[in-house]
Design a protein around this ligand. Structure first.
Ligand SMILES: [Zn+2]
Length: 130
């Protein structure tokens, strides 16, 4: 089984960092439109902060909630990089192709497993912010 090279991992990490930054900018822009949220915007903690996970319930803003859900996915991907499970499908355990990770650096499943997951969780996905 072909593992990701350090160079490929580094590139994917860059993609995650860029996405992370873009999402944070988005969130700040979104919340600044609403005075009530201005304080929260300045309080957005680092993804490593445990209070980060609780943030979305306080914001009645779908766009922001979606951004935060994606930030959480980025955080999860980083943790997986740290513990060496990044790039493995969480369902079947096979390696996710590098091409797929480049398009979707937060991917936790290979394409067939993701299809299956979305089919079997169709109802749950509807109400999901992801
Ligand atoms: Zn799979």
């Amino acid at each position: 089984m072909e593992k990701l090279t350090q160079q490929q991992l580094g590139h994917l990490k860059d993609l995650l960092n860029q996405r992370d930054q873009a999402l944070r900018d988005d969130i700040r822009r979104e919340v600044n439109l609403q005075d009530d949220y201005a304080q929260l915007a300045s309080d957005i903690p680092d993804p490593g902060d445990s209070s980060f996970a609780n943030l979305s319930v306080d914001l009645g803003n779908a766009a922001v909630n979606r951004d935060i859900a994606e930030l959480r996915a980025i955080q999860t991907a980083r943790l997986r990089m740290e513990n060496g499970t990044y790039g493995e499908c969480i369902d079947c355990g096979f390696d996710i192709p590098y091409e797929r990770l480049q398009a979707q650096p937060m991917a936790e499943r290979c394409a067939p497993c993701q299809d299956m997951y979305e089919k079997t969780h169709a109802d749950a996905m509807k109400g999901s912010t992801l």
